[in-house]
Design a protein around this ligand. Structure first.
Ligand SMILES: O=P(O)(O)OC[C@H]1O[C@](O)(COP(=O)(O)O)[C@@H](O)[C@@H]1O
Ligand SMILES: [Mg+2]
Ligand SMILES: [Mg+2]
Length: 360
């Protein structure tokens, strides 16, 4: 397509800004800084084994108790460096930083908060499978804006419905930036020759129905009854209560699963389970569940803990984990219904014990 007919990310943001004549341009500048960080990470990832850091451990452990890979640390650094100087942010929080990051005194402070998972799915780095970055933009509390004081974890504990924007970059066969500023979901593909994101997927919609689900089935013995029921019904296919066959996927890179679901529908589950009583879920609320939830809802899909909409959850900690179900609306609603209904699926119910394909 000729350049004159393409829309750059910058042009798209300017168009969106026309809806808010009083906007200062700070917000757009912030999104462009985030996009710059994503382009830099895309380059680091693209060098693969030649970059010398692929899959290497940094030797450090993050606040989650997980070993940080060098690329986790590098990606975090790229996010911080690209975003700290512009004067748009009051502070940042990241999976890879135990505490919130305050903007150094050498730079001006702004009115937004940026929360991110700099490299999602980083266990896939070694095997050259898609990874990505996830981000969420919140407004800083008014007293932070007025006083310019340092941010604390409490300033970030805002429910997902208060997000101003959210998105992710996917470092796959092509690099994409998928973004919502509250006016639907739009996908941009990086032109590697020009180093520019161009609008390639305007107004993405998640189909309301699907025959595809994604879950880490190795956790099945820890699932709660509503999840076991749902998955068993999918596996039973045409012969079961759903009356249709389902397909299953698991990439172990949530950002890639979210992208597949935005492109063609599906349902993703990393539900609350009983594997580790200290962790009420695997995924992190503020920089994984909330941004993806925002994108799903903006694209006509749904995101939930199973018990309540993910965007309604009041966070209690910066690195809080949570059960997450998202994707095609009707399937997520069904899973929520199974959580509400007294489930017929009991461990001592011989019918279900027999039907469950994940049971010994
Ligand atoms: O190893 P599991 O249990 O399949 O978990 C995979 C999940 O962990 C994550 O990789 C967590 O993200 P990080 O790589 O940022 O820690 C998700 O993207 C993915 O859904
Ligand atoms: Mg992650
Ligand atoms: Mg990560």
């Amino acid at each position: 397509m000729p350049l004159s007919q393409r829309t750059t990310l910058t042009q798209f943001l300017i168009e969106q800004r026309r809806r808010y004549p009083s906007a200062s341009g700070d917000f757009n500048a912030l999104v462009l800084d985030v996009a710059l960080a994503c382009k830099a990470i895309a380059r680091s990832v693209a060098f693969g084994a030649l970059g010398g850091v692929l899959g290497a451990q940094s030797g450090a452990i993050n606040v989650q108790g997980e070993e940080q890979k060098k690329l986790d640390v590098i990606s975090n650094e790229l996010f911080v460096r690209a975003n700290e100087w512009g004067g748009h942010l009051a502070g940042m929080a990241s999976e890879e930083m135990d505490e919130p990051y305050n903007i150094p005194s050498a730079y001006p402070r702004g009115k937004y908060l940026l929360v991110f998972d700099p490299l999602d799915g980083s266990s896939n780095i070694d095997v050259n499978v898609s990874v990505g970055s996830i981000f969420s933009i919140l407004r800083a509390p008014q007293d932070v804006i007025d006083s310019g004081r340092d941010v604390t974890a409490a300033d970030f504990l805002q429910p997902g419905c208060q997000q101003l924007a959210a998105g992710y970059a996917l470092y796959g066969p092509s690099t994409m930036l998928v973004l919502s500023v509250g006016t639907g979901v739009h996908g941009f593909t990086l032109d590697p020759n020009l180093g520019e994101f161009f609008l390639s997927h305007p107004d993405i919609r998640v189909p309301e129905d699907t025959q595809e689900f994604a879950i880490n089935a190795s956790n099945s013995r820890f699932w709660e009854p509503p999840v076991k029921r749902y998955v068993d019904e999918c596996l039973a296919g045409k012969t079961g209560p759903r009356g249709k066959d389902f397909n299953m996927r698991w990439i172990a890179s949530m950002v890639a699963e979210a992208h597949r679901i935005l492109m063609r529908g599906g349902v993703f589950m990393y539900p609350r389970d009983t594997k580790d009583p200290t962790k009420p879920g695997r995924l992190r609320l503020l920089y994984e569940a909330n941004p993806v939830g925002f994108l799903m809802e903006q694209a006509g899909g749904r995101a939930s803990t199973g018990r309540e909409p993910i965007l309604a959850v009041q966070p209690t900690a910066l690195h809080q984990r949570i059960g997450l179900v998202f994707g095609s609306k009707h399937e997520v609603e069904r899973i929520e219904r199974y959580h509400r209904e007294p489930t017929p699926y009991q461990d001592d119910n011989p019918l279900f014990a027999e039907r469950s394909l994940f049971r010994a």
